[in-house]
Design a protein. Structure first.
Lengths: 345, 788
């Protein structure tokens, strides 16, 4: 009997090693250790041995069983790993083999610029105000110190609509009427920006559209000065365009601000060294600004001796075009998907 | 406004060395330099040559071979594209190695196999004008080989092109620009006194004027000039006029223009012989009056809008401040001139010139406001310019006043200056900034308050703030130190602004592109899209396509869909958030302006937008908005569309574009369509998304399929199920829709999965069967029959 046990124990490693699948290994396990297995059969035969023989045989059996179990476990681990590896290998996917991609949409370039600008101004403590696109002459011109027949009206080619008396209702030529509404409807202190769509009687070409977008800013508070205007625009400039881009103000004229200024920034393409885009000047003209004209404050019921403020404004479309190197503004407005999809974010 | 450096230097000793730096100062003063042109520069190497022979190029039709002589008798071959040459002409040649004014270098090169040893130049290539139609033909008497600068007597100069703001009437003249610039640079400024001899006589006996309407004309000054001999102007006058953009005509007209450009006083010269009795009248025009102006055009005048100067017989001889008349024009036979220097009401001239569509150098100055005190100087300067041809000023003058504005002194507080500018400028400094530009500052009797008398050439400056702007301008904007904002104010988006961002992000995530069609429509666009034609129209559109304001986003987005389709981009998915403009509601002036969201998905049926809507409404929490297909909106597919309703209020439309509309627009694919009135839809509180505790007990699913008539919306069945199932229903989904045998005709099977769960226990079989019974009964009440 001891010999049988030893033989089985000696043969087992080869038989276990011969199993090439987990299923085959299970058969080998059953043959050796199962209810009808060889060691089990021998164990049943131990009843005929004397106590001493039984003790010796029992020890031999246990030893053989333990070594077989160890061998089985180790082989099982091997075979399972091999089978998993085979499965995994057969499941290979080429991740560049894409069919039926989910569609990806895009935000309009104007929206992207709009949101970026608004985010910077919100960070600077401004709220965001909006207003109607069709306005009365009062909000668009009169209240802004541009009376009828004022030569400065020539600065805006206005589209009028057939409502009310002739030339009294118009498509707003700038977002400044929103400034009037904010001042009329609310109380200082006012820290607000007003992005929006504006209209001019202009034929579309590579750099003009009859419909485009602006963002204006308005601050009205006590003791607001030109220095605050300069500081605010400088802070905005570096926040939006990057720390190496600075601003400068040059004297200008607008009926609704005084002193008035042009707002220039270092050319973002050459960082002020001079290039074709900036006409070798190193500067880009961005927009206009100034201290809110006392007449405008009076028009909205504010005492210019008590309150002062500044306003600024610039075009939004050009910033979109500049950021992405688009050379024709009309491209933004055809709705051509081949254009829109180029700017996912 | 263009100015020459040499001309500026007649008023102050400006340095010549660095025109760019000088230009920077002008820009910093608010006279923005648009360009700087160096006259006479870049012409080295260009010499006079004579054309010896013209030959055909053997291999090119548009080039001829020109043999020229540089004065050494040798023939030098040049290839030339111009055809205005004849043998014997003296012309400019850019010799080899020359760098042209535009930077081009002239090298020996072959043109179609023939050598060209230089380039013959046009006027534009020499930067002497705009003419590029042919080669610049020179005086045949010129010695050959002479440098062109010498041959033409060109004096090197610098031409600045300045952008002058409307509030700078003073800068509409060379002298005015010089004054501003000299003040900033601390240079002495003076307008030279004209040196003229007057002839005995009495202008007042020869000429007279009657101002009928004093609200039109503030001042009318007349002078008489004798000894006029019409001839071309001296070269230097003609050159300066040309440089500043005016065409030389004759000595009298040129002198008149010269004085306007130099001193800013537009003036008019009448042939005295053509003005009966030398008498003029000034009044508003009358309707129906006409006048033929100097440009030979007969113009109709409008009563009360245009001003006229008439002769003694009341016949118009000029349009006030805009343009003179042809009947009294200077001609070859003129011997005496009646000179008018006037001050016209700026608003009157602005209106007249705008509505007549006639802008002149004169009107541009009058409408900004000219200096009423410069008329005598202007007259004398004009005579000084004409004196070399024998002209003499007759003693005496006629000056008649109308309504001239009175400009009281302005009270300027130093404290206010610094408060508004954020500076610490002393009162003394203010005085030293204002004095050089002609402002007279006096003590106002209070500490640090000045009484500032504004010069007559600055009619724009009437208030303290106007003066503060001048102080800032001459102090230098760049010297005002920016104060970094230290705002205690908080910025934020409004709820609608936040919702818009959410909507856009969702739609982009669903694969839809944002478009921005123009809000203008052409007549017929609304009807073509199945929409009512009532709309607000544009009074003065540039094109018919831009004559109507949209009442819906539908036409614009469909046009974009059609555009894409026609460029082989099928199945475009677009959205827009924008305004529509309804006809004003009763009692209002402005249009019924509403912000809409619209989604158009080509190549998809109505389900595509219904799914978009499901995602949008769930994200925004717009549970109160329902789809009602009982009355499909006009222009949408009747069987596949409905309106979106919130508490009985119409807030949108959803479905598919009517095939008839698609046909009319030439769109092949189906187009799924959604439009939502954002203001109305988002008016009610929404999107709170309250927390529902998640139960720790197991859930159970109940699958139920019903046969439902096509006339009953699935949303009705879902609502009935929710109602019947009660609070134990945690999720309801429609997982199958089936039409066909054995489901009866005009019916479909709707299969729902109900997930049921309690917060406090595991549901029992009895719970489930009880709910099933209630749900089946409830569904039955809505006409849904449980399938076996």
């Amino acid at each position: 009997m001891i010999d049988d046990i030893k033989r089985i124990g000696a043969d087992a490693p080869a038989r276990i090693a011969a199993a090439t699948t987990v299923d085959e290994l299970r058969t080998v396990e059953a043959d050796l250790l199962g209810k009808k297995g060889e060691l089990t059969a021998l164990k049943k035969g131990m009843g005929g041995l004397d106590p001493e023989g039984r003790k010796v045989a029992g020890a031999a059996l246990n030893e053989a069983r333990e070594s077989i179990e160890t061998a089985l476990a180790s082989r099982r681990t091997e075979l399972e790993a091999a089978e998993r590896a085979a499965t995994v290998a057969s499941e290979r996917l080429d991740l560049t083999e894409l069919v039926d991609l989910p569609e990806r949409g895009s935000l309009h370039l104007v929206t992207q610029t709009w949101d970026r600008l608004v985010d910077v101004f919100i960070g600077m403590g401004f709220t965001v105000a909006e207003g109607p696109e069709v306005e009365t002459d009062w909000y668009n011109f009169e209240a802004l110190n541009i009376p009828a027949a004022h030569p400065a009206r020539g600065m805006w080619d206005t589209l009028y609509v057939d409502l009310g008396d002739p030339e009294t209702v118009l498509l707003r030529t700038h977002t400044s009427p929103v400034q009037i509404r904010v001042m009329t409807d609310g109380e200082p202190p006012i820290y607000a920006v007003m992005p929006g769509r504006v209209y001019r009687r202009d034929t579309a070409d590579a750099s003009h559209m009859p419909v485009f977008h602006q963002i204006e800013g308005l601050v009205v508070d006590r003791n607001i000065s030109f220095a605050d205007l300069a500081g605010t625009l400088e802070a905005f400039t570096s926040a939006y365009f990057g720390g190496s881009i600075h601003s400068r103000l040059r004297p200008s004229y607008f009926p609704f601000t005084e002193p008035s200024a042009e707002y220039d920034i270092n050319c973002v393409f050459c960082e002020g060294n001079g290039c074709r885009t900036c006409g070798q000047t190193g500067w880009l003209e961005l927009g206009g600004c100034g201290m809110v004209h006392p007449t405008v404050l009076t028009n909205v019921g504010l005492d210019p001796e008590e309150w002062s403020g500044f306003a600024f404004g610039f075009g939004l479309d050009r910033l979109s075009l500049m950021r992405h190197g688009v050379d024709d503004i009309r491209e933004m407005y055809t709705g051509d998907v081949r254009f829109l999809e180029q700017f996912p974010s | 406004m263009k100015v020459l450096l040499s001309w500026l230097q007649e008023f102050a000793p400006f340095p010549s060395e660095d025109p760019v730096a000088l230009g920077d100062v002008m820009s910093d003063l608010g006279m923005a330099v648009e360009s700087i042109e160096r006259i006479g520069e870049g012409l080295d190497g260009i010499v006079t040559v004579k054309v010896l022979e013209l030959r055909k190029h053997p291999d090119a039709d548009k080039i001829q071979l020109v043999d020229v002589d540089l004065g050494d008798g040798e023939a030098l071959q040049i290839c030339c594209g111009a055809t205005n040459l004849t043998v014997g002409d003296v012309v400019p040649l850019a010799t080899l190695g020359t760098t042209m004014p535009d930077g081009m270098e002239i090298a020996r090169r072959k043109m179609r196999g023939e050598w060209s040893n230089g380039m013959l130049c046009s006027g534009r290539e020499l930067a002497l004008g705009e003419d590029h139609s042919g080669i610049y033909i020179l005086d045949p008497a010129l010695a050959l080989g002479t440098p062109i600068v010498e041959a033409l007597g060109i004096t090197p100069d610098v031409l600045f092109d300045l952008e002058i703001n409307p509030n700078r009437p003073d800068a509409m003249s060379v002298a005015g620009v010089a004054r501003d610039l000299a003040a900033r640079l601390g240079l002495p400024f003076a307008i030279p006194t004209p040196a003229i001899d007057e002839v005995a006589g009495d202008a007042a006996a020869i000429a007279s004027v009657d101002i009928i309407d004093p609200d039109l004309c503030g001042l009318f000054h007349l002078r008489v000039i004798e000894g006029i001999k019409i001839e071309p102007s001296p070269r230097w006058i003609a050159d300066r006029l040309t440089a500043l953009g005016m065409r030389p005509i004759n000595n009298v007209v040129d002198a008149s223009n010269y004085v306007m450009l130099e001193l800013g006083q537009p003036n008019h010269t009448y042939d005295l012989a053509k003005v009966p009795g030398g008498s003029l009248r000034v009044r508003w025009a009358r309707d129906g009056e006409t006048i033929t102006t100097l440009d030979g055009i007969k113009r109709s005048l409008t009563g009360g809008r245009d001003g006229v100067i008439t002769d003694a017989t009341d016949v118009p001889v000029g349009i006030a401040g805009v343009m003179g008349g042809a009947s009294t024009e200077i001609s070859e036979t003129t011997t005496s001139v009646l000179l008018e220097c006037a001050w016209w009401q700026p608003m009157a001239i602005a209106r007249s010139s705008k509505f007549m569509g006639l802008r002149s150098e004169a009107s541009a100055r009058f409408e900004r406001g000219v200096d009423p005190e410069i008329v005598d100087l202007a007259a004398r300067r004009l005579v000084e310019l004409l004196a070399p041809s024998g002209a003499r000023l007759v003693q005496g003058s006629v000056t008649v006043h109308g309504d001239l504005p009175v400009t009281p002194a302005v009270r300027v507080r130093a404290k206010r200056v610094n408060q508004l500018l954020g500076t610490e400028i002393s009162t003394e400094q203010i005085v030293s900034l204002l004095t050089p530009i002609g402002f007279v500052c006096e003590e106002a009797g209070e500490a640090d308050v000045l009484s500032v008398t504004v010069p007559t050439f600055r009619p724009d400056t009437t208030t303290e703030t106007d003066v503060i702007e001048e102080i800032a301008r001459h102090f230098g904007y760049s010297r005002i130190v920016g104060r970094a904002p230290t705002s205690a104010h908080t910025g934020s988006l409004t709820p609608i602004q936040r919702d818009r961002r959410i909507i856009r992000q969702i739609l982009v995530g669903l694969g839809i592109h944002e478009a921005m069609p123009l809000p203008f429509l052409a007549p017929g666009d609304l009807a073509r899209c199945g929409l009512p034609p009532e709309a607000v129209t544009v009074t003065n559109p540039l094109a018919a396509e831009e004559s109507i304001l949209r009442t819906s986003l539908r036409p614009g987005l469909l046009r974009a869909i059609a555009y894409n389709e026609s460029h082989r981009i099928d199945s475009a998915a677009l959205f827009e958030i924008g305004k529509s403009f309804g006809v004003p509601t009763a009692g209002t002036t402005l249009p019924d302006e509403r912000e809409h969201l619209a989604v158009a998905i080509a190549g998809s049926d109505a389900y595509a937008v219904a799914k978009v809507w499901a995602v949008l409404s769930e994200t925004l929490g717009l549970d109160g908005i329902a789809i009602d297909q009982s009355t499909p909106p006009a222009g949408l597919h009747p069987g596949r569309s409905g309106v979106l309703v919130s508490g009985g209020v119409l807030v949108g439309e959803i479905g598919e574009i009517d095939p008839g509309v698609l046909d009319a627009l030439g769109i092949r694919e189906r187009v799924a369509w959604l439009q939502l009135d954002l203001g109305a839809a988002l008016a009610e509180p929404h999107g709170e998304h309250r927390y529902h505790p998640i139960s720790r007990y197991p859930s159970s699913d109940l699958d139920l399929a019903f046969e439902v008539s096509d006339s009953v919306p699935a949303s009705t069945i879902a609502a009935v199920i929710r109602e019947a199932a009660g609070p134990l229903l945690v999720d309801l989904s429609l997982f199958d829709v089936f039409r066909g045998h054995p489901v009866p005709e005009s019916h479909r099977s709707l299969a729902y999965r109900l997930r049921l769960q309690a917060q406090d226990r595991t549901l029992t079989e009895e719970d489930l069967s009880g709910i099933q019974r209630t749900v089946v009964d409830g569904a039955a009440s809505a006409g849904a029959v449980l399938r076996g």
